[in-house]
Write a protein that binds this ligand. Structure first.
Ligand code: APR
Length: 309
């Protein structure tokens, strides 16, 4: 049986997610975008790369959501990206309207699919999607931690002169200024970076990670896509292959880490049942305080979503 992933939004992030899934022959991809011709064109371009890149996955695109029928996983990137000077939170009103339209179509055409939200502000949009679809909590999640942890991995690897593939970054909390990079749980083949780098250097890498998205927005005038798109596709792959990957994922906390009723980035086991388990790390007081700040920040955004809905 062929797997099928729907990617909603065929812009920068959606295109990279589709490319990862097709090039690695993970699933057929249905691309949807409201912009006439965009999804169809991107799908055709990707399909024409099949011979060169030796993949058999089929990619098709449309403005019509009916093409997502039968999808196992849906990646939602539809939305407006930020421009220089904007925070992710500035997008809440405009992107909530888009998420509402997307949710209606998902309920109609892919009511049983797992949903991975990428649209910002991520934590709030994932919460909105959960409320709007009424799906169980294991099926609705957000992509932020995989990207933020990958950014931390790269910065650490660059500093130490080692491969990013050997650096396991761990970043929890929100996808924004209150994100919580965890140096004690960021390791180079098992060795915590707190054993390898001095505090001042670690603090610099943590700050760069927190503002990693903004660094790219400043350089390019719009937000990143290679790392965000492939991060979302990696999560879809873990679900489709039932890999039980341990990844930081934006998920509904119900008592874990003392947090209740909000979507926030936590380490989970990601497999065939979506978010199968939240892993509780033994945080110290300082780390707990940072997560508390993140919780407070994200709770306010949840309240804004409730107000706007
Ligand atoms: N249905 C389908 N597609 C939509 C809808 C909708 N209701 N509304 C907007 N889109 C499409 C746009 O036409 C556009 O092609 O979503 C696409 C978004 O692509 P980009 O503008 O290239 O934005 P991108 O960089 O991909 O970011 C998308 O992900 O990382 C986040 O902050 C980012 O929220 C933003 C989202």
């Amino acid at each position: 049986m062929r797997n099928k992933v729907a990617v909603i939004g065929a812009g920068n992030v959606g295109s990279e997610a589709a490319r990862y899934l097709a090039y690695n022959d993970i699933a057929d991809v249905a691309l949807v975008d409201i912009k006439e011709g965009l999804a169809e064109g991107k799908a055709l371009d990707l399909s024409e790369a099949a011979y060169i890149n030796r993949f058999s996955a089929r990619v098709y695109g449309s403005t019509d959501y009916s093409i997502i029928e039968g999808s196992d996983v849906v990646i939602v990137t539809a939305g407006v990206p930020r421009k220089p000077g904007m925070s992710r939170d500035d997008l809440i009103e405009i992107n909530l309207k888009i998420i509402k339209q997307v949710a209606e179509n998902l309920k109609k055409y892919a009511p049983d699919a797992f949903i991975i939200v990428v649209t910002n502000p991520l934590d709030a949009m994932t919460y909105a999607m959960y409320k709007l679809t009424g799906l169980p909590k294991n099926k609705v999640m957000g992509q932020a931690g995989v990207l933020d942890s990958a950014r931390l991995s790269f910065f650490v690897a660059e500093k130490l002169g080692v491969s990013p593939a050997d650096v396991n970054g761990m970043v929890l909390g929100t996808h924004g200024d209150t994100m919580v990079p965890l140096p004690r749980f960021t390791t180079v083949n098992g060795v915590p970076i707190t054993e390898l780098l001095d505090k001042e250097t670690i603090d610099q890498l943590v700050e760069r990670t927190k503002f990693g998205g903004g660094e790219i927005v400043k350089l390019m005038g719009t937000s990143a896509w290679f790392a965000p798109g492939s991060a979302a596709a990696l999560m879809a792959e873990a679900i489709l292959k039932d890999s039980k990957r341990v990844l930081p994922v934006t998920t509904l906390a119900e008592g874990e880490y003392g947090i209740n009723g909000i979507f926030i980035g936590l380490p989970v086991v990601l497999g065939g049942n979506g978010v199968e388990k939240i892993i509780e790390l033994p945080l110290n007081d300082e780390e707990k305080a940072l997560l508390k700040k993140a919780e407070e920040h994200v709770r306010k955004l949840h309240e804004t979503v409730d107000r706007l809905m």
